[in-house]
Write a protein that binds this ligand. Structure first.
Ligand code: DAH
Length: 349
């Protein structure tokens, strides 16, 4: 074999390597190729063997040719190793990627209970009308819950069936308030007129929980004390708030004569059914009207009880149930669902 043959063989092998090595499909395949082109039984080692048979003068050149070949193979392998490592690293990164956009395990955020939502909405409406929000205790005394409200001792509302008494002090003198009306008394006892106040809150009655009754429910009381207040002010105020709440200008209000010891005259307040617009449906029991609560002009005896001169001041008052308003607005037919704490019900509102 001549030096020229030697070079031709190495060149041929290198040409082959220039296609094969950059296309090695993995680091394992690359190692195999490196062995094939530069290992023990490669063209390089064959050439080294062949050098021994060359004339002495050709040997250095032949040796340099082998070295150049080896260097070229090493360069090719090194380059491919770098690109393969990058590709394989990227593939592993894709497989094991930490995707920060997926979201974590944060607790799902809840929202306000339906009754709280309605309460706040009502507060906003009345604050817009110039009212202030007041609160009173849920454990009341006889004076505020009954006596000062002109409810005489023999009144049926005092019977044990309606009132949940608390065993504290004299019998039947401390109770869970049966309505929010005592806040009228507490407010007038502490503040001179003019007064424009709404008082939302929890109320209690001795009732068994069923579809329509609950021993715990919510009311909102509203009352105004000023000079020259008339029933027209009461009607106008209630109409304004009802239209606001149901967001419906066509809703009509109806006031029918009623009786409450703390108002004179007293009226029952009803609104035209928001579902059938007065035609009659299941929600309004085919009457076209839905009762919301009671109202009237503050009884002079109530003013006298808190030391306000009934000749100088007039006032109106009203009270209604918040669960009832929510039931009407959303067509809910069981008051029980408000306290069942079933998330499937609550999350709908
Ligand atoms: N307190 C009454 C009830 O619980 C509702 C009520 C009626 C409140 C007439 C008032 C009113 O302020 O004037 O059923």
């Amino acid at each position: 074999m001549s030096l020229a043959d030697e070079r031709a063989r190495l060149d041929a092998a290198l040409t082959e390597a220039r296609t094969a090595i950059p296309n090695a499909s993995s680091t394992a395949a690359l190692t195999d190729l490196e062995r094939h082109f530069a290992g023990k039984r490669s063209p390089a080692s064959a050439a080294n063997e062949a050098i021994k048979a060359l004339p002495g003068a050709d040997r250095p050149a032949a040796g340099q040719a082998v070295k150049a070949y080896r260097d070229a193979i090493t360069d090719l392998v090194t380059q491919r190793r770098v690109t393969l490592a990058a590709d394989e690293g990227a593939a592993a990164a894709t497989r094991e990627r930490l995707d920060l956009t997926i979201g974590g395990h944060a607790r799902p955020r809840g929202h306000l209970h339906l009754v709280t939502q309605i309460r706040r909405e009502l507060e906003d409406i009345f604050i817009g009308l110039g009212y202030r929000v007041a609160e009173g205790p849920e454990v009341e005394d006889d004076w505020h819950n009954f006596e000062a409200l002109n409810i005489p001792p023999a009144h049926p509302a005092r019977s044990m069936q309606d009132t949940l008494y608390v065993r504290l002090g004299t019998d039947e003198q401390v109770m869970l308030r049966t309505h929010t009306s005592p806040v009228q008394i507490r407010t007038m006892e502490t503040q001179p007129p003019p007064i424009y106040v709404v008082a939302p809150g929890r109320t209690y009655r001795n009732e068994t929980l069923d579809a329509r009754h609950s021993p715990v429910f919510h009311q909102m009381e509203g009352f105004a004390v000023d000079r020259g207040i008339t029933m027209a002010d009461l009607f106008g105020t209630i109409e304004a708030f009802v239209r606001h709440l149901f967001d419906d200008e066509t809703i009509r209000t109806r006031f029918r004569s009623d009786y409450f010891p703390y108002t004179e005259p007293s009226a029952e307040l009803a609104v035209s059914c928001v579902f059938c617009h007065g035609r009659g449906c299941r929600v309004c029991s085919q009457t076209g009207w839905i009762e919301l609560g009671g109202c009237g002009m503050v009884d002079p005896n109530v003013f006298t009880a808190v030391g306000i001169d009934p000749e100088a001041w007039q006032g109106f008052a009203f009270g209604f149930g918040l669960e009832r308003l929510a039931m009407i607005r959303y067509g809910i037919d069981e008051i029980r669902t408000f306290v069942d704490n079933d998330i499937r019900f609550l999350e709908q509102y």
